[in-house]
Design a protein around this ligand. Structure first.
Ligand code: SF4
Length: 483
């Protein structure tokens, strides 16, 4: 049986565009070096890059189905001590529209999710010092008592780092303190950790955009502790702002290295047969580790960072030369420093659809030890999200009942289950609903599939657009209230 965790051989001396190398990478028999990954990202023609990423994806996931999940984003508080410059969601505790949801409000949201067949909640919030450990423990107990089968995917690494700060748990070092807190939340009902707050790991970038947020070492250590407790986690990357291309590869390299470490230290080596009854497709081992990677471009509206000018602004090239400041600073080992370019951090290189697809495809080929690569239709829109299935993504993410963070930054796409299934089916795959561990719950082959039940797509689409308009209106209210 082919597994994705056999350590592939190095083909370090081959040219990144060598078809022999890329074919070996697609088969899981070669591992790209960071230099090769950077060359792929920067030089390979877009559709060729997509073809190789698709070949790798088909090797891991087969040709038959692509997945989605029904969950709900619940942002339990928008009060946050950090001041990330890319964030339009956070509030100070004294702001008139600062909120922390009551337990009953949270339970009501979960009940609505259960009514549409949802299986998990993604629960993240700002870093709110007013909430004690007991608040979280009681919340988790309350969720599990009322909704026993509901998977709680909650609390990203920056939140955990603040828990350590706020709760002052016992322990000789960060790892022990994190474990003390995490064990208690796990016992109360926490099932897995989302990869929020990854952004870009390179210190020079992180210091500019993530004011008050944990550094890469703390982020990765938090996930390592979660893995040691047997939890699955995801990893994320937000790009297309001040970073250089080498920063994206450095970020992915850290994820790959720490995944190697988690699989070495906690992986069981077993690869259960996929529930889709296709024994040629191996799933990850059952020990704690990263199960997915999702990357998306920075959304600039209503954010302090979004007020920076795009590169090159008038006169930039004459004054500073060609390279984008982020590229002048970025190093593959993360050692770049801001003094390497006077405009670093002041100029943006926003990522459009092509840059997004190229970055995602590179992640599929470079992250040979990560099972799932997620499409980000929430930021890119349904159709680029659909094309992403041809650029290495195997998963369309979530039916979006609620989203507050990206929508606060001006991006509001709404898709229900039928539309999501239709996008997958039109791409040539059978849509399949999954759970948080990527087990398939329902394979939509029959006439009663959510998309095949729709008889009038124009009416269905109109209803969906109506919901989208409501979301946009809500986002506008959020933003205007915050100004
Ligand atoms: S991105 Fe998260 S941590 Fe940063 S300011 Fe916004 S809510 Fe706070």
């Amino acid at each position: 049986m082919q597994t994705i965790y056999q350590p592939p051989a190095e083909h370090a001396n081959l040219d990144a565009t060598d078809p022999g190398l890329l074919a070996a990478v697609a088969r899981g028999e070669a591992r790209l070096t960071p230099e090769q990954a950077l060359a792929l990202l920067e030089q390979t023609p877009t559709f060729e890059l997509g073809r190789w990423a698709d070949a790798r994806c088909r090797q891991v996931h087969g040709d038959r189905f692509r997945t989605y999940v029904i969950d709900r984003n619940i942002n339990y508080t928008n009060v946050c001590t950090a001041k990330c410059t890319f964030c339009a969601f956070r509030r100070d505790a004294t702001d008139h529209d600062a909120y922390t949801l009551e337990y009953e409000q949270l339970f009501e949201k979960i009940a609505q999710l259960r009514n549409i067949g949802g299986t998990q909640i993604l629960m993240q919030g700002g870093m709110n010092p007013e909430l004690g450990l007991d608040w979280y423990i009681q919340l988790l107990h309350g969720i599990k008592e009322r909704f026993p089968g509901m998977h709680v995917h909650g609390f990203s690494p920056p939140e955990f780092i603040e828990f350590v700060d706020f709760f002052n748990p016992p322990g000789k070092n960060l790892e022990e303190k994190l474990r003390w807190v995490m064990v208690r939340l796990q016992q109360a009902g926490l099932d897995s950790l989302p990869g929020g707050g990854g952004e870009i790991f390179a210190p020079a970038v992180r210091r500019k955009i993530g004011l008050g947020k944990c550094d890469a070492e703390a982020w990765l250590t938090t996930m390592y502790v979660a893995h040691s407790l047997g939890m699955y986690t995801s990893a994320t990357m937000m790009f297309g702002h001040i970073e250089g291309h080498a920063d994206r590869i450095h970020h992915m390299k850290l994820v790959r290295d720490w995944q190697d470490k988690a699989l070495r230290d906690f992986g069981t080596g077993e690869a259960p047969v996929d529930v889709a009854n296709d024994p040629s497709i191996a799933k990850p081992s059952t020990g704690g580790h990263y199960v997915s990677f999702i990357s998306w471009p920075f959304q600039p509206d209503n954010t302090p960072l979004g007020r920076c000018r795009e590169w090159p602004a008038e006169g930039d090239v004459e004054q500073y030369g060609e390279p984008f400041p982020g590229d002048a600073v970025a190093k593959l080992d993360g050692s770049g420093t801001k003094d390497l370019h006077p405009e670093f951090g002041r100029r943006l290189r926003l990522a459009g659809a092509t840059s997004y697809l190229r970055t995602q495809a590179t992640s599929r080929l470079f992250l040979d030890n990560i099972y799932s690569i997620g499409s980000s239709w929430v930021t890119m829109g349904p159709h680029i999200g659909q094309v992403a299935l041809m650029f290495g993504a195997n998963d369309m993410g979530s039916v979006m009942m609620e989203e507050n963070v990206v929508s606060a930054a001006g991006t509001t796409y709404c898709l229900d289950e039928a539309l999501l299934c239709r996008l997958i089916r039109e791409s040539g795959f059978t849509p399949a609903q999954r759970d948080n561990t990527y087990d398939v719950l329902r394979m939509h082959t029959a006439d009663d599939s959510p998309d095949l039940r729709v008889t009038d797509w124009s009416q269905h689409r109109a209803k969906s657009l109506h919901k989208q308009a409501e979301a946009e209106h809500k986002a506008e209210l959020t933003v205007s209230a915050g100004n």
